[in-house]
Structure formats: structure tokens, C-alpha cells
Design a protein around this ligand. Structure first.
Ligand code: AHG
Ligand code: MN
Ligand code: MN
Length: 354
């Protein structure tokens, strides 16, 4: 073996999180350990996603989750892995999972900790059986209710501006974990031969100009005039001097977001007349990805407001989600303001109802 072949600078996720912690002299290491436990959960989930067919884990269970969707077996597995990894460490005071109607309480025989962990255990589950990329999304808040006891709904329902950390894992052609603690966005690729996440994408910035627009075209008949106008603009239908954006849509939010983060672009999941809030969940999916986008120099909006400024009203609240390069999302806000005045007013009423 050639000694020159030895890697020069190899940074594991553990080392990276520890280095980041040095920014906070008062840090106790609890957040570092929590992030490391999430990375460990991701390795376990990645192991099951890659051998899903072999392990007879493919396919749906008989359970229907709180959104009325058929739960996939891997959904249930990922949900339990993350919960059990964090229910006894004294670092978390309460958890909230997209798969559960209610908060996930720390069991009484374990001591609750200081952080709030919110997660979508398996995002893009309709893609499990067809070998397309899927993901996990997580968000971490501090406990804001007084005392050392269990966390409550108020601890979960905090605006994105209060996030301490957020990130996602994409189980694709390789497994990548991308996270931020407020000092840029960093990506790690899982080297399965050594079982470590290694720093592969330091300090990710969303490139400009953006290359892609991503929206489910199957719902075109539900689109508002503003969305139609904007998509035509993305296609440069009336702009001979503009290079059209290419269209990409996988149907796994994490995978769609990740591609646009690395290549530049805009992702849209709008509401419709029948359902003005759309499908994506503010706390489990939208806030953490908006936080990552902002940390990478991008921007996220619900069409009216910076996502990070929204005060969540309920655990499973949905909002329209537009995220990507700042110029592309701002252009969208302007187009909606011009064409969708009534639809925006209706949405605002629903959003701001207490
Ligand atoms: P989940 O699998 O966690 O329920 O989320 C699925 C979501 C999201 O990943 C994706 O962006 C969206 O569903 C796709 O929805 P459409 O099929 O309606 O486009
Ligand atoms: Mn999801
Ligand atoms: Mn999910």
C-alpha cells in the first residue's frame, strides 16, 4: 500500500460537529451528542433502505398514518429508530414525528433533557418500492417552557428563526447527511466500508443562476393564475433573451431540495383552490429545509412571508412551500402578488386563523 495514498484531510461528522461546537464557549456538548445520535440513526436507516428488498421490508404495513396515507414498513422502522435512539439520552425533552398525531413523550422512567427534536422519519415514501431517492428531515429547538420537565407543544411550535440546528439525510446513489447549526451548510457522504460520514461538501452555497424548476405538473389544472404565469416565466415562454430553466421533479422533497441546493433552482409546492395550504408540513419538512436554504444563501417563502418568520399554529399545519435561489423565489412572490390577490387573501385568512 502506497503511504502517499493515505487521505490528507479526512473529517468525520463527529469531528466536524465538535469543531463547530467550539464557536460556543458555553456549550456542554449536548447538541453535539444529539447530532451524532441523529447521524447514527441515519446509518441504521441507510442500512435498511439499501437492503430493503432482501430484508422483506418493502411494501406497506396495514397502518394508516395521521395524514391518512398508507404507512410503508420503512416509515415505521425509521420512526422507531430515531425515537429510541433519543428517548433515553437526557438530551431531548420531547419529540414530534410526522408519523404521529400527538407529541412523542420521553418515557417516564427516563429523564427529559433540554432539546426538542422534530422529524420526518422517511420522506418520499411513495418512492421506496421503486428504488428512487428518499430521505429523513430533522429540526432541533431549545426548550422554551420553564423547568426541567417534559417538553410541550409550545416547545415544538416555534418559528424557524429559533432553530438551533436542522438538516436532512438523503438515501440516494450514496447516503448524504447535510446539516447546519447556523454557521453554513455542510454535507457528509457515508463511506459504508468504514461506516463513517465523511465531509464531502464543506460550506455549501446555492449556485447562481439556478438551473432547475421543480413542481408537480400533474396538478396544473389546480394552479392559480400566478403559478401558471411563473412556470411560463421559468420556461422563458415570453422571454426570448432568457435561458429556460430545466424541469426536474422526483416526488421526494428531500431529493428535489438537495438537487436544487447543489445545482441552483426553485422548488414549488403550491396550494390549490380546494386546498390553499398545500401538502407539505411546516414543522416537519418546511422549516428545516427553509433554514438550510437560508444558511446556503437561498430563501424560502409561503408566497407571502419568509417561512422562517412563520409562527406554527398546530403540529401538522401545512403551508405552500417555495424554496431555492433568492432571486427566483422573490420573482415568484412578485408574480403571485400581481396575479393571485384573492387566492393569497384566502390563504392568509386560513394561515392566520388561531
Ligand atoms: P412523505 O413521504 O413524508 O409523506 O412526504 C411526501 C411528500 C414530499 O416528499 C414530496 O415533495 C411530496 O410528497 C410529493 O407530493 P406529490 O406526489 O403530491 O407531488
Ligand atoms: Mn415528507
Ligand atoms: Mn414521511
Amino acid at each position: 500500500m502506497d503511504p502517499e495514498a493515505a487521505p490528507q484531510r479526512l473529517q468525520t461528522i463527529e469531528r466536524h460537529i465538535l469543531d463547530q461546537q467550539e464557536r460556543f464557549p458555553e456549550a456542554t456538548g449536548r447538541l453535539t451528542s444529539l447530532l451524532y445520535d441523529i447521524a447514527l440513526s441515519a446509518k441504521l436507516i441507510a442500512r435498511e433502505t439499501t437492503r430493503a428488498g432482501l430484508a422483506n421490508i418493502l411494501g406497506a404495513t396495514t397502518g394508516i398514518n395521521v395524514h391518512g396515507e398508507i404507512q410503508q414498513k420503512l416509515d415505521v422502522y425509521a420512526d422507531e429508530v430515531i425515537f429510541r435512539m433519543n428517548d433515553h439520552t437526557r438530551r431531548v425533552c420531547v419529540m414530534a414525528s410526522e408519523e404521529h398525531d400527538e407529541l412523542r413523550r420521553i418515557p417516564d422512567h427516563h429523564q427529559p433533557g433540554y432539546y426538542v427534536l422534530i422529524y420526518d422519519p422517511l420522506d418520499g415514501s411513495s418512492n421506496i418500492d421503486v428504488n428512487a431517492s428518499i430521505g429523513t428531515i430533522f429540526a432541533i429547538h431549545r426548550k422554551i417552557t420553564p423547568g426541567n420537565g417534559h417538553g410541550t407543544e409550545a416547545d415544538v411550535l416555534q418559528p424557524g428563526t429559533a432553530l438551533v440546528a436542522a438538516g436532512y439525510v438523503v438515501y440516494g446513489s450514496s447516503t448524504m447527511l447535510v446539516y447546519s447549526t447556523g454557521a453554513g451548510v455542510h454535507g457528509f457522504t457515508l463511506d459504508t466500508s468504514v461506516g463513517e460520514f465523511l465531509l464531502s461538501h464543506p460550506d455549501i452555497r446555492i449556485p447562481s443562476p439556478g438551473k432547475y424548476y421543480s413542481i408537480n405538473h400533474g396538478y396544473e389544472r389546480e394552479w392559480t393564475p400566478g403559478i401558471r404565469t411563473y412556470v411560463r416565466w421559468c420556461q422563458a415562454q415570453n422571454e426570448p433573451d432568457m435561458q429556460p430553466l430545466a424541469q426536474r421533479y422526483i416526488g421526494s422533497l428531500v431529493a428535489d431540495f438537495h438537487r436544487n441546493l447543489l445545482r441552483g433552482g426553485v422548488f414549488l409546492y403550491p396550494g390549490s383552490a380546494a386546498n390553499p395550504t398545500g401538502k407539505l408540513r411546516l414543522t416537519y419538512e418546511v422549516q428545516p429545509l427553509a433554514y438550510i436554504a437560508a444558511q446556503a444563501g437561498g430563501y424560502a417563502s409561503d408566497g407571502l412571508t419568509d417561512i422562517l418568520d412563520l409562527q406554527p399554529k398546530s403540529l401538522h399545519q401545512c403551508v405552500p412551500f417555495f424554496v431555492g435561489n433568492r432571486d427566483l423565489v422573490e420573482q415568484l412572490e412578485q408574480t403571485l402578488a400581481e396575479h393571485d390577490r384573492d387566492a393569497l387573501a384566502r390563504y392568509r385568512t386560513v394561515r392566520d386563523a388561531v
